[in-house]
Each structure stands twice: as structure tokens, then as C-alpha cells.
Design a protein around this ligand. Structure first.
Ligand code: GDP
Length: 195
């Protein structure tokens, strides 16, 4: 005999709407050693906007950060691109991020070139216009070893129409600003679900 499902009692009082927190996927792209992991970690310790780490996926190095900004709660699912195992193209197609954070180190010019290649890929694939993109020059604390100037970074970002910020994840400088900038990007994102 067929097992009849008993009437699911999923009622809740009309005045008690289920609260849905918008969740956005953030992809950390960039050469290895530029500070992606450190930046992601700093997001989780940001006191200014009450971010906290809610989960960790071992496989992808994925972290979910819950952010409360201006009374609006959002979840950011932050994933590092496992560059050694997967191309940026395959990663983006699989993971389908809402925002791309393209990180380079201001003390290593080759990482800036790698960032340029990634931006070019994002531009060619139409991600540049349909998703949020932020170019991040990290390790700004190492001023004396700097190989890439702030104006070069800004120029590259301007040339492809994305946001730009310099950070130091080591000193936790501008990391909150980056996080706020990411939220602004996803909230402007046309793909964003109306909730
Ligand atoms: P990833 O490979 O891009 O994830 O880079 P990591 O986050 O693992 O960082 C690589 C190395 O750079 C580590 O030794 C970090 O401590 C260091 N690092 C990361 N961010 C900064 C920074 O802003 N300033 C300095 N001086 N070192 C940093």
C-alpha cells in the first residue's frame, strides 16, 4: 500500500514571516601568495560590521560570513579559487559567483599581470558587466618593497570599469572598507534576487 503522507503542518502565524537572509557568493581570484586566505580570514574578524564566520567547507576553502550593515543582514559565501586544481574559467562556471575579488600583491609585479589576465577574462566572458568586480592591491603595508604604484592599480581598474582598493590584510587596513564595497556591489547587482 502507498504510504500516505500525513498533512504537513507547516503553518505559522501570518504576522510571523520567515526571515530570509540574502546570500551572495564571493570569489577570491588571484595568484597564489597575494593574501586571499588572509583577507578572507580578516572578513570573519571584522568587528565594525559584525561579521562572523558561520561555516567552513574544507574542500573549497569556503567560508560563510554573516554581515550586518546598516541594519541589513546578508550572508557572504567566500570561496578561494583553487588555482592549482582548476582554471579560472572552470571555477567561475562551476561556482557562479555574484562578486569577483581580483587580488594582487603590490610588492610583486607578476601578480599584477596575473590580475590583469583575470580581469581580461572576466571582461571577455561578460562577467564585468553582469556581476560585481573589485580589484584589490594587497600588502600595501610593504611600502618600501612596492613594485606596483597605486595609480597603476587605479588605472587598470578604470580601464575595465571595476572598483579598486588597496588593502593590507596583514595590518587589517581597509579590509572593512573592502567588505562594505563588496556589499555595495552585490546590492547593485542586477542578478540579485528581489527578496
Ligand atoms: P593566498 O595564497 O593568496 O591565499 O595568500 P595567503 O593569504 O596565504 O598569504 C600569503 C602570505 O602573505 C602569508 O605569509 C601572509 O601572512 C602574507 N600576507 C598576506 N597579506 C599580507 C599583507 O597585507 N601584508 C603582508 N606584509 N603580508 C601579507
Amino acid at each position: 500500500g502507498a504510504a500516505g503522507a500525513a498533512g504537513a503542518g507547516g503553518e505559522h502565524p501570518a504576522d510571523q514571516e520567515p526571515t530570509r537572509v540574502p546570500c551572495f557568493k564571493v570569489a577570491m581570484l588571484g595568484a597564489s601568495g597575494v593574501g586571499k586566505t588572509t583577507l578572507t580570514y580578516q572578513f570573519t574578524t571584522s568587528e565594525y560590521i559584525c561579521a562572523y564566520d558561520t561555516s567552513l567547507d574544507e574542500e573549497f576553502g569556503q567560508k560563510t560570513v554573516s554581515v550586518l550593515l546598516d541594519g541589513q543582514e546578508s550572508d557572504l559565501e567566500v570561496v578561494d579559487h583553487p588555482a592549482a586544481e582548476m582554471s579560472a574559467e572552470a571555477f567561475c562556471a562551476t561556482y557562479n559567483p555574484d562578486v569577483f575579488v581580483v587580488v594582487y600583491s603590490v610588492v610583486e609585479r607578476r601578480t599584477f599581470q596575473a590580475a590583469e589576465d583575470i580581469l581580461l577574462f572576466l571582461w571577455k566572458s561578460d562577467y564585468m558587466t553582469t556581476r560585481g568586480v573589485v580589484l584589490v592591491g594587497n600588502k600595501a603595508d610593504l611600502e618600501r618593497k612596492r613594485e606596483v604604484s597605486t595609480s597603476e592599480g587605479r588605472r587598470l581598474a578604470n580601464s575595465c570599469g571595476c572598483k579598486f582598493i588597496e588593502t593590507s590584510s596583514g595590518l587589517d587596513h581597509n579590509v572593512d572598507e573592502l567588505l562594505v564595497g563588496l556589499l555595495a556591489q552585490v546590492q547593485l547587482n542586477p542578478r540579485r534576487e528581489a527578496l
